[in-house]
Design a protein around this ligand. Structure first.
Ligand SMILES: Cc1ncc(COP(=O)(O)O)c(C=O)c1O
Length: 365
């Protein structure tokens, strides 16, 4: 009998379906607990929830749910562009910034091409590259820090895209402006550089990559409303790039790829400086607390720069399971070839304290 795998695109055999953070409801069901008793620190979401202004705008927008959304996202693209000092023609919206990764695949990848990224880089780059039949070159990241010189050296004549998450997830390590400038001064124009800045707004001194967009270089900068803006469930993110590059990406997207509720919510969230400030403060305090407690417990960790911390617990999966039984969901990192490590998202202080208390218990078990 013929197997479905004889019919499917052969590269799909190599793909392991993305494993998201374990959902609260599923965990509550399995443990027989109330969902309210579960703390999810597994997906780097906003511990304060959505921007209240976004919530209000989205409730209102539901009344117009019978109408198709604005396909080009006119209002939001203009608002994003105004914030960044660019034109709306430099912005494209995605159903999450991850969708833009797929646009990049459609636009630039063919079977046999190469993409370059780092060891431990956000896993979706490889998933997308593989799904288009491209090969992913992952260069070593000594001490979990991305090495841009090695990435440059890894470029082949078949390299089309180079993915640079900054900071990277799950390691949390950050590249400096100096490293980025040096890299950009050496990269060939035959390769498109993708700076993934999903956590940009959490940084105190974020490197500036938009200068390369203004210079018309072959770069794409990805940002999202999933993190500091608290709209992960709505699925909305964006990319900025030079006009001609963005025009290419528009050709690859579905006519109504971003729903109207998400667009309206994102527009309101973008202007909600108070929610942004509050979230950053809670995350800064929470991250400092986690660092301090981990140091006290003598648990090795890679100091975080944004809303998560990667820690070495010896057996990541076992500790993940033990924390789960105590109602704390974290992220095991075996899929990143980091079996000793887990990633903890910074939560509210109450959640962070519960997590530390549970860690103390399970590390002593
Ligand atoms: C580095 C990085 N890029 C992109 C994303 C996904 O963003 P979105 O929800 O906008 O698709 C994440 C989410 O975890 C991330 O860590």
């Amino acid at each position: 009998m013929i197997s479905i795998w004889d019919l499917a695109n052969p590269q799909l055999r190599e793909i392991t379906v993305y494993q998201p953070g374990k959902p609260i409801e599923e965990t509550a069901r399995e443990l027989g607990l109330d969902p309210g008793a579960i703390n999810k620190l597994a997906s780097n979401e906003n511990p304060l929830g959505p921007s209240p202004k976004a919530l209000e705008a989205m409730r209102e927008a539901l009344e117009k749910g019978h109408l198709y959304p604005d396909g080009g996202g006119f209002c939001l693209c203009n608002a994003v562009a105004a914030k960044l000092g660019l034109g709306a023609e430099n912005v494209i919206l995605g159903n999450g910034s991850n969708e833009v990764l797929e646009f990049l695949g459609h636009a630039f990848l063919n079977p046999g091409d190469d993409v370059v990224t780092s060891q431990y880089a956000f896993v979706v780059y490889k998933l997308i590259a593989t799904s288009f039949g491209a090969h992913t070159i992952e260069v070593p990241s000594p001490d979990y820090q991305q090495d841009l010189d090695r990435m440059l050296a890894a470029i082949t004549p078949k390299t089309r895209l180079i993915f640079v998450p900054n900071p990277n997830n799950p390691t949390g390590t950050l590249l400096s402006q100096r490293e980025i400038d040096h890299f950009m001064s050496r990269i060939s124009e035959n390769v498109i550089v993708v700076f993934d800045e999903a956590y940009f707004e959490f940084l105190d001194h974020p490197p500036d990559t938009l200068r390369f967009v203004r210079e018309g270089r072959n770069i794409v900068v990805l940002r999202t409303f999933s993190k500091i803006h608290g709209l992960a469930g709505l699925r909305i993110g964006y990319a900025v790039g030079p006009t001609d590059l963005v025009q290419v990406l528009h050709k690859t997207r579905q006519p109504f790829n971003v729903n109207s509720i998400a667009q309206v919510g994102a527009l309101a969230a973008l202007e909600d400086d108070e929610h942004l400030r509050d979230t950053k403060r809670v995350v800064d305090e929470g991250r400092a607390y986690l660092h301090e407690q981990l140091a006290k417990m003598k648990i090795p960790f890679v100091p975080g720069t944004v809303n998560f911390v990667m820690i070495n617990v010896g057996d990541g999966h076992a500790i993940f399971e033990k924390l789960l039984r105590r109602g704390i969901i974290v992220r095991p990192l075996k899929g990143y070839n980091l079996p000793e490590w887990i990633r903890i998202s910074v939560g509210t202080m109450e959640e962070n304290k519960k997590c530390v208390a549970a860690l103390k218990k399970v590390m002593g078990d």
